[in-house]
Write a protein that binds this ligand. Structure first.
Ligand SMILES: Nc1ncnc2c1ncn2[C@@H]1O[C@H](COP(=O)(O)OP(=O)(O)OP(=O)(O)O)[C@@H](O)[C@H]1O
Ligand SMILES: [Mg+2]
Length: 253
């Protein structure tokens, strides 16, 4: 079967099918499904504690799903070890800016290599996206501002060749000007890779993503085109506690 002889859309780069994830005895994900088409940005939305981060960790095998399927690039990956999943070409930017604070910008980037030469190969692209990092490359992580640390965390995921980037709340705690820069960077990098983003800033999400999935109470409850969600005040209010015109979901504004 190929895309030219059927009316079906091509296979998504990632599909998560009805995953069930436990942390200890707690049943955290009770049926999350989503698809991420290649060469696009898909955003996961949902209130605090809905299960967005756990979904990313389940894809990555950090909290492996007990049931359901995760298919990446045509291959079932649920049950594989996290290290092997990452090596298939999935980059992860966790929500807590996990950089090495004692190491320099350059050392942080170098340690993100999967194979020798990764950094050299992608350095121009990375420094073009984040010129601050080039300027500050000798400084240790703990001398960077919060925004610069967030940029370094994203940059680390760009060092190896990745087909898919999972980025958890890149705008968290950033000043508006830095949110703009981060948005611009994610938009640019999506030209060469596919992105699954978690983002509670609804304005940012709606400007960046083509598709969305809403997670609520451990389940995926709605998916579709972002342009449709941006018109659906009722849905946004029901599940995100936000207005389509306010910056932040989660009822924090
Ligand atoms: N290690 C853990 N032990 C027990 N419960 C956990 C653990 N990690 C997460 N949870 C629970 O799982 C649920 C989903 O958490 P998760 O971090 O995936 O939510 P989230 O949608 O990413 O939230 P946020 O927007 O606050 O980042 C929450 O109720 C949380 O309390
Ligand atoms: Mg989270």
């Amino acid at each position: 079967m190929n895309a030219f002889t059927t009316n079906q859309s091509p296979q998504p780069l990632l599909s998560v099918e009805n995953i069930q994830t436990f942390i200890g005895q707690f049943h955290i994900l009770e049926g999350v499904s989503l698809t991420v088409p290649a060469n696009s940005i898909t955003v996961m939305l949902g209130r605090n504690g809905a299960g967005k981060t756990t979904t990313l960790k389940s894809i990555l095998g950090l909290t492996p799903p007990r049931e359901g399927r995760v298919v990446f690039d045509g291959m079932e990956i649920q049950g594989k070890r996290a290290f092997n999943i990452a090596n298939l070409g999935i980059g992860y930017v966790p929500e807590n800016r996990a950089i090495f604070r004692q190491l320099s910008v350059m050392e942080n980037l170098k340690l993100a290599e999967r194979k020798r030469g990764d950094l050299e190969q992608h350095a121009d692209f990375i420094f073009d996206l984040f010129p601050d990092l080039k300027r500050l490359y000798k400084l240790p992580g703990n001398h960077l501002s919060g925004g610069q640390q967030q940029m370094l965390a994203v940059a680390r995921a760009l060092v190896p060749d990745n087909k898919l980037l999972l980025i958890d709340e890149p705008s968290e705690g950033l000043a508006p000007i830095l949110i703009q820069q981060m948005m611009e960077a994610i938009r640019k990098l999506s030209a060469t890779t596919t992105v699954l983003l978690v983002e509670q800033n609804f304005i940012m999400a709606s400007q960046l993503a083509q598709r969305y999935t809403i997670i609520d109470d451990g389940k995926s409850v709605h998916s579709g085109l972002m342009q449709d969600l941006a018109q659906n005040e009722e849905l946004v209010h029901e599940y995100l506690g936000a207005s389509v015109r306010t910056a932040k979901s989660g009822g924090e504004q």
